[in-house]
Design a protein around this ligand. Structure first.
Ligand SMILES: Nc1ncnc2c1ncn2[C@@H]1O[C@H](COP(=O)(O)OP(=O)(O)O)[C@@H](O)[C@H]1O
Ligand SMILES: [Mg+2]
Length: 357
């Protein structure tokens, strides 16, 4: 590995998380130059017409203490050229598509002028379309690509409600899932057991729809004893964990809402399916959520579950599985705990390998 020659920028929004610190430490250990770059550092001015990165973070303490805020040790407009990096990993994009697009705009210009071609992760970033990172678009894309997803209707909340009231399309049956097209860690996923519950839910969510522009989908509820998180890096599966809710009142299996995590395996066909799901969604570093759909084929005893013999009974037919979503910039705390895989190191190695390909 030509580690030392590869310069990586990892872009992130919000505060520096534990995950980011782990990736930074892993890079250091591997001798790779990796900079954590907050989107707050992106700037340009119309005189130089260059989108660059400020060299230093502005301390927010300055705002809090009301002292005159200063950019320390920094000349006016001094900045880092985004083209200094060989690999640009946009780990999060969510609220920052504007900055993502500006950086890409700069890269394209320099690319044209200098013939330099940095590597962009994930490929979806190149499309510049935030909607493509949302769950609704993923449902459409996945199903079109022949990958099964839960039966889904997208539309306004009242339309979804009417759909259930009249059973007009697709013959949905309760219980159903109402799911925000955006959102993660189980924050915008809801279940309703009957029409009254659904109406209550719709009324509660309406405000976020009209005032914040949130979008929702109606989904069939798939009975399950957990789901699988497949971590994909490029064309390879790094590992699989199973997540299962530990409480009867909780239908969500997310680690963030208390789901148990354990090492798991899936038939090769299904691992291939996960890799393809990530690919069609334009993601290279992805957490693919997979659920067994046809559970009747899967009568597992506790003994088999405990001894990880589950997979021997598992169907290897991709049609028996649904992809719930493909996560960009997946969390990996629970995954490391369950699998023992050093995810941050593997991510760094993967990013370096892209340069050397
Ligand atoms: N159609 C569904 N049927 C049954 N359970 C679901 C369905 N969709 C989501 N869930 C449950 O909710 C959890 C979160 O849903 P997911 O689509 O992965 O969104 P998030 O981004 O919040 O993780 C899943 O891990 C699963 O346990
Ligand atoms: Mg999920």
């Amino acid at each position: 590995m030509k580690n030392k020659e590869t310069k990586i920028a990892l872009f992130f929004g919000g505060k520096i998380s534990r995950h980011l610190v782990l990736i930074k430490k892993a890079a250091k250990k591997l001798g790779v130059r990796l900079d954590l770059v907050s989107y707050n550092r992106v700037f340009f001015d119309t005189e130089t017409l260059k989108v660059r990165l400020r060299k230093f973070q502005i301390s927010t303490n300055n705002f809090q203490t009301n002292t005159k805020f200063q950019i320390t040790n920094n000349k006016k407009n001094d900045g880092v050229d985004v083209n200094e990096y060989d690999v640009l990993f946009f780990r999060t994009t969510g609220k920052h598509w504007e900055e993502v697009d500006l950086i890409n705009y700069q890269l394209k210009i320099t690319n044209y002028e200098l013939g330099k071609k940095p590597i962009i992760v994930d490929p979806i970033v190149l499309s510049g379309k935030p909607s493509m990172a949302c769950k609704a678009y993923q449902m459409l894309t996945l199903k079109r690509s022949g990958i099964e997803v839960p039966k889904t209707v997208y539309g306004s909340l009242w339309f979804l409600y009417e759909t259930m009231k009249q059973f007009s399309i697709n013959n949905f049956q309760f219980p159903i899932i109402i799911k925000g097209s955006g959102g993660d860690r189980g924050t915008r996923v809801f279940k309703a057991d009957n029409l009254e519950e659904m109406e209550k839910l719709v009324r509660e969510l309406r405000k976020s729809e009209t005032e914040e522009g949130k979008r929702y989908m109606l989904q069939e509820f798939i009975p399950n004893n957990g789901d699988y998180r497949v971590l994909v890096l490029g064309k390879k599966v790094l590992g699989v964990m199973k997540r299962s809710s530990q409480s009867l009142e909780e239908f969500k299996n997310n680690y963030s809402v208390g789901g148990k995590v354990e090492l798991a395996t899936l038939p090769q066909n299904i691992l291939d399916l996960a890799v393809r799901a990530a690919e069609v969604c334009g993601l290279a570093v992805a957490g693919v959520d997979v659920m067994v759909k046809n559970n009747s084929k899967l009568r597992i005893t506790n003994y088999e579950l405990k001894n990880n013999l589950e997979k021997e009974k598992m169907s290897d037919d991709p049609k028996d599985y649904v992809v719930l979503e493909v996560n960009k910039g997946p969390q990996f705390k629970g995954f490391m705990q369950a699998t023992g895989i050093n995810v941050p190191e593997e991510i760094v190695k993967f990013l370096v390998s892209l340069k050397n390909d």
